[in-house]
Structure formats: C-alpha cells, structure tokens
Design a protein around this ligand. Structure first.
Ligand SMILES: [Fe+2]
Ligand SMILES: [Fe+2]
Length: 283
C-alpha cells in the first residue's frame, strides 16, 4: 500500500524555519514511501533561496526519504528579465533536480511529475503537447494495476472554495491535457500553488476530466498563507480506495487533522459513507 507525503509551496526566502524543522520531524515520524513536493521551492528564485531549499532536500534525503519534485512559478525569476526568459529554470536544475519531469515507481505506484512553470504564463501554468505525449507514453508503459499519479505545480482546474467563487484559473490547454490524463488512466492529480488544501473528484470540476482524484496541498512552510494555516497531506492508497489526511500546523507542531477516505464507483471518486464531506478544510 503506497503511502505518500505531499508537500508544496515551501517558499524558501519567505519561510518560517520553525515550520521547516517541524516538517522534517513529521517526515521522520511518517516514514512514507515517497515525499512529493509540488513546486514553489523558493520565493523569488534567488541563489541563496535555492541553497536553503537544496539544504532541506539534502537533509531529508540523508534521513532516508525518497523525493519527487517539480518546479513552481516562483522557481522562475520574476524580476530578473534576462534570466527569466533565457534561462528560467537553470537554478532549479542546479539546486533541486536536473529533471523537470521526473518519473519514479515506488511501493507499487507510478508517479510522474510535469513542469508547468513557464516564463510567460507565470501564474496559470502550461502543459505542452510534448508533455501530453510524455504522460501518455509513460503511463502506457506502467503496470495497469499500479496506481498512476501525476504531479504538477499548477492545478489543472479552477477549484471551489466552500460556497464562494472558484479560486484560480483554468490552465492553458486544459482540455487537451485532461484528454491525455483521462486516456492514461491517471488516478490521482497532485498539485499546489493556491496555498489551500482540498480534495475533489475531477469529474465534478470539468467534463471529460477522467477518473482522477484531485488533491491540493496547502503551503507547508511559507509565512504567506491564504486564510488557512500551513499544512501538507498524507496520502494512503490501497485496493479499496484512497485516504487523505491533512497534517495541519497547530502553532507548535504538525498534527493529523481531517481524514477522508475516497472509494471509486464506476469512474467517479466518492467519499466513503460516514466520512465527512469537505472540499475545503476549515482552518
Ligand atoms: Fe506558492
Ligand atoms: Fe505557485
């Protein structure tokens, strides 16, 4: 049964070191099969911020954690226009990972990361036609019994926030990207960017979106939160469904909060009976 920790939006440079230490402690307690980090390692893509992010990665890898990461829009320089357009992810490659679209098979799960951060579509993200082919080809080679997990920084959907308006934008090329995801039988879509934790069935967010469960992580360590405290997700997958348990900062440590178990019925994910319905978790 694969167990994942899903971190996002660490934002070194606008981070709280106390939270970073608390995340590392929790990672050691959890001892998951894989730590996914869905982008925005830094606040402004500066060298010293990447150095701090790299030191964090080194520490958790030295502690024995397997990591899969993708870049976020904050890992592309915003104000350094020369670097932004000519070498937008050079520092990310040097300090975080040479691969912008990493793939790993771990504990029976097939996990692919796709870089959605671009110099031009800074906020909304982008999936290229080449990446859509990569999604199809990569998952076509994976075992059909393996859970298939796709990681991006930008969510592919505008997401509901309680009863209020949706947050964010529909990603460029969304329909084509969703076709590739549906064709590939992707089970879980993991993303960040909004600094809000949520879980939704893809079919409830867009037509033709396939059968994926859409899991958003909040920010784990940034001091710039949006109406909810820092958090990350524990994701447990077994033959009967997926359990998502938020790990929420309580002011002293990260503690397990709401836990939701989702079962697949036909091609849709539904909360198991008796589980609490929550597309947004209260802060
Ligand atoms: Fe962010
Ligand atoms: Fe972002």
């Amino acid at each position: 049964m694969p167990r994942l920790i899903h971190l996002s939006d660490l934002h070194f440079g606008a981070h709280d070191p106390v939270l970073v230490t608390a995340v590392e402690k929790r990672l050691d307690e959890e001892a998951a099969d894989l730590v996914v980090i869905s982008g925005d390692f830094t606040q402004r893509a500066r060298t010293e911020q990447f150095e701090e992010a790299a030191a964090f990665l080194l520490r958790i890898r030295d502690a024995g954690h397997e990591v899969l990461a993708v870049p976020g829009n904050h890992d592309v320089p915003l104000y350094d226009v020369f670097r932004r357009f000519l070498s937008p992810l050079t520092r990310y490659k040097r300090y975080i990972d040479d691969s912008l679209c990493p793939y790993i098979e771990v504990a029976g799960a097939a996990v692919l990361g796709i870089n959605t951060a671009r110099s031009l579509t800074f906020k909304n993200g982008h999936v290229s036609h080449e990446q859509m082919t990569m999604i199809r080809d990569t998952f076509a080679k994976s075992n059909t019994n393996q859970p298939r997990i796709l990681v991006t920084h930008h969510p592919l959907f505008a997401l509901p926030i309680g009863d209020g308006p949706e947050l964010g934008h529909v990603m460029e090329h969304q329909e084509l990207a969703l076709d590739a995801i549906a064709d590939s039988g992707v089970d879980l879509l993991l993303a960040g960017h909004n600094h809000r934790a949520s879980v939704n069935d893809a079919a409830s967010l867009a037509t033709g979106a396939g059968k994926a469960l859409v899991i958003q992580a909040g920010t784990a360590t940034s001091t710039r939160t949006r109406d909810e405290l820092q958090s990350f997700n524990r994701i447990e997958i077994d033959g009967s469904g997926v359990r998502v348990t938020i790990q929420r900062w309580d002011g002293a440590e990260f503690v397990s909060g709401d836990s939701q178990f989702f079962e697949r019925h036909d091609s849709q994910w539904e909360l198991a009976s008796g589980e609490k319905v929550a597309t947004e978790r209260p802060s």
